[in-house]
Design a protein around this ligand. Structure first.
Ligand SMILES: *Cc1c(COP(=O)(O)O)cnc(C)c1O
Length: 405
């Protein structure tokens, strides 16, 4: 159901219900069926040869180029980003980040990467990209228009992530995009926290917007997936690089991704509402030094969040009161988390269940320093009743204070 430009834009809940469901792919079935394929058969040698010479985008050619099941999900993600040219899907969020960066960078280039980037992004820059002759400079997430001073002759791309992993600084994406465009530099954004529903990145001028679809798109903690959606002029290179890297996701995973997508607007609304309520509750509790939630004034970039975002999702951080003596607070933090009844302890987020993690962001910084009062925890607020979660966290904070005293 491609959008008719003469119709008013569809609101998010309508869009996620309809996106990607082209009749030629669904055959009238509501959801695109699972088309599993490696070999595609041709009637004649001439047909086989003709297929190879054609643009294979949205044409059955060979399983690695996808089937309508993957195309439908990719197309849906493109529809969610007004102005986007196309989307490619990957078997994880990290694979998406790697392909996006490799599609724009070449030996001798410099990458500017935000200091609050997801750790595997940093690691990729510091190891594999370095090995291919690409250098990386990390920059302060609050740099804004000041990024212009860092752009040099060799700067080819700027990697952003907003809010930042673990520490939630909101970046001035429009200011960075403007500085980049003035110098012909490509911009990339890890938009996993907001998704296009809360931050339409292509409309804000970003060239390549990346999702760990593992998180909110899939939404049920049972599939790994990534996506890159390209703005005007950037899809062909992204697709070519991704084909060269042999990237493809299974039709079964794509089908689960499409199924998750249909409830994205509804889920995000509940994740956001519950998380904000719990963040506000935290801000008033004894023993809490600071709450890192973009919708609260205590979060760096809160004003930018209010200006640019259409809402908040369900992941935020809490800094507890502590002191220099890590050996004292480390067991207290563990007591808080270990005793929680409704929060799992594990990586990832964006699923229906709540999660709690101890985090230590200072060790991942090189361009900026973090001066936190004490230990930090990161919470993913799931779809459980927030009153149950608050009662659980309240008991957790009591354990923390007792363990410290
Ligand atoms: C989880 C995550 C990724 C990586 O996604 P995977 O699917 O786990 O590879 C990338 N960026 C952010 C911000 C994430 O939280």
């Amino acid at each position: 159901m491609a959008h008719d430009p003469d119709q008013p834009p569809r609101r998010p809940a309508t869009l996620v219900a309809q996106a990607g469901r082209r009749p030629e792919w669904t055959g009238g079935i509501v959801n695109p069926p699972v088309w599993r394929a490696s070999t595609i058969l041709y009637d004649t040698v001439a047909d086989l040869r003709a297929a190879g010479g054609r643009d294979t985008h949205h044409r059955l050619f060979y399983g690695r180029r996808g089937t309508p099941t993957q195309w439908s999900l990719a197309d849906a993600l493109t529809e969610l980003e007004p102005g986007a040219e196309g989307t490619f899907l990957y078997p994880s969020g990290v694979a998406a980040i790697a392909a996006a960066l490799m599609s724009v960078l070449a030996p001798g280039d410099e990458l500017l990467c935000v200091d609050s980037a997801y750790d595997p992004t940093r690691n990729l820059a510091n190891t594999l990209l370095k090995r291919f002759g690409i250098t990386t400079r990390f920059y302060d997430p609050t740099i804004g228009a000041g990024i212009a001073e860092l752009i040099g002759e060799r700067t080819r791309a700027i990697m952003m992530e907003s809010p930042g992993s673990l520490t939630f600084e909101v970046q001035d994406v429009p200011a960075i995009v403007a500085a980049a465009k003035a110098r012909g530099v490509v911009t990339l954004l890890d938009n996993t926290w907001a998704t296009p529903l809360l931050f339409p990145a292509i409309r804000h001028g970003v060239d390549l917007t990346i999702l760990a679809a593992t998180k909110y798109i899939v939404g049920h903690s049972d599939v790994m997936m990534g996506s890159v959606t390209a703005g005007p002029g950037h899809f062909a290179r992204l697709q070519e690089t991704s084909f060269q890297l042999g990237q493809v996701i299974s039709p079964d995973d794509a089908w689960l991704g499409s199924r998750g997508l249909r409830t994205l607007a509804l889920r995000l609304r509940q994740h956001g509402e519950s998380a904000l309520r719990i963040a506000q509750w935290f801000a008033e509790q004894p023993g809490v030094a600071r709450v890192l939630h973009p919708a609260l004034p205590s979060c760096p970039g809160h004003d930018l969040f209010r200006r640019d975002f259409l809402g908040a999702s369900g992941l935020f951080g809490v800094v507890l009161e502590g002191d220099e003596d890590r050996s004292r607070w480390e067991p207290a933090r563990a007591a808080l988390i270990d005793g929680l009844r409704h929060f799992g302890i594990g990586y990832s987020w964006g699923g229906f269940e709540s999660l709690a993690l101890p985090i230590d962001p200072a060790r991942y910084r090189t361009a900026t320093r973090r001066e936190d009062a004490g230990p930090m925890i990161r919470l993913q607020i799931g779809l459980e009743d927030p009153d149950d979660l608050i009662a659980d966290l309240d008991a957790g904070l009591s354990r923390y204070r007792e363990s410290l005293s």
